[in-house]
Design a protein around this ligand. Sequence first.
Ligand code: GLU
Length: 480
Amino acid sequence: MPQAPNRNKEPSFRESVDMMFNRAVALMDLSPGLEEKIRVCNATYTVRFGVRLRGTIHTFTGYRSVHSEHMEPVKGGIRYAMGVNQDEVEALAALMTYKCALVEAPFGGAKGGLRIDPREWEEHELEQITRRFAYELAKRDLIHPSQNVPAPDMGTGEREMAWIADQYRRMNTTDINAAACVTGKPLNAGGIQGRVEATGRGVQYALQEFFRHEEDKKAAGLEGKLEGKRVIVQGLGNVGYHAAKFLRDEDGAIIIGIIERDGALFDEKGLDVEAVHKWIASHGGVTGYPDATYHADGAATLEAACDILIPAALEGVINMSNADRIKAPLIIEAANGPVTAGADEILRDKGCVIIPDLYANAGGVTVSYFEWVKNLSHIRFGRMQRRQEETRHQLVVDELERLDRYLGDAWTMTPTFKEKYLRGADELELVRSGLDDTMRIAYQSMREVWHSREDVRDLRTAAYLVAIGKVAASYRAKGL
Ligand code: GLU
């Protein structure tokens, strides 16, 4: 069993997750058998399949790992990247178990991966490869509405999810719940409003909630509001882009640094996230972007002074080799596993507050949960209530208008009130409301443990304590 981190040796991703788990269970009163049962990964399926492309057969390696089946279906994304391997997929599957437990999404944890560089293949080739991978998984029930429900992750998105859903449907023509076999689908293929932005939106809601608590800000040496806070984002992919955009446009944070594969952009006065995003889409990187200082050594920008650092790219980017030099007093882990267990110790000793991945990026799976429920109920959220809500609101507005006439100049209704109040919530508003509520409640459950227990010094340990407690309770309820 992995022990406390050895400061000379960087643990693997899975060892890192296990160490964080071990640190938390050491503070719990679980039977050793149950502890082991929760920690281990139940099963990892490896598949190698060939696809005839460009005149030859190419062999691909894929994985689907199931960490815990205390609740089913199990849930977790499918990642397309060259670095995919069993250790990584298992670490990510374990994180999914704890993540789902923490935000009360009724799933066990899973993760999948395909070792492929998606940029090397044409769209029709990627479709063939994805359909074949989906076929291999679906025929073993590793894609299934009630057993195993994938979602997007790094290198995959709505397009791949639509192919997977269609492949499953072809193989299960009479399954009325087929659409619920995968989440993160496009809207016209059974998806839900707000899923694409969900993880970034969740990061925003997490920070908003953090900034509501004076004690927590004080722990990081911060004060005031999110407005004006200097933020550095690593990775302007789906998660980093949405988080940066919402924090800048809606909360008034200043995005002073954006780190990408080919370097970093820096501007103390603030970067235009939308413009940088467009530049990356058309130029393949940040190099050459005209309105900022460019640093070829992107990783060095992680160490620049700022108020909030948002690693939203790969795992292990903050490790024992650079943790000492990180200046951010607050790190929010938008990516999975960006801080290794070793770096976590170093940062904690320095007084840095880390909002951990299993909480910070749970917005994605939370909205996936809403999508899955929508698919199973076969009805869009808000379809029944919206007009009824509007009719009831109209009654109030009619009365207020009467009062307005009666009081003359003494009182008038705020001009925008009527329009805002009358409108019943649509699906997007309901999704955002459900996500905001989830992020607030989960944060409060973590901070309560953080502040009430002397032996809990950080939010990560608190998050694991809450999550493991829930998984353990569900195993006990099963009689284990
Ligand atoms: N891949 C995402 C994650 O790591 C989303 C998983 C899901 O929606 O099931 O949380």
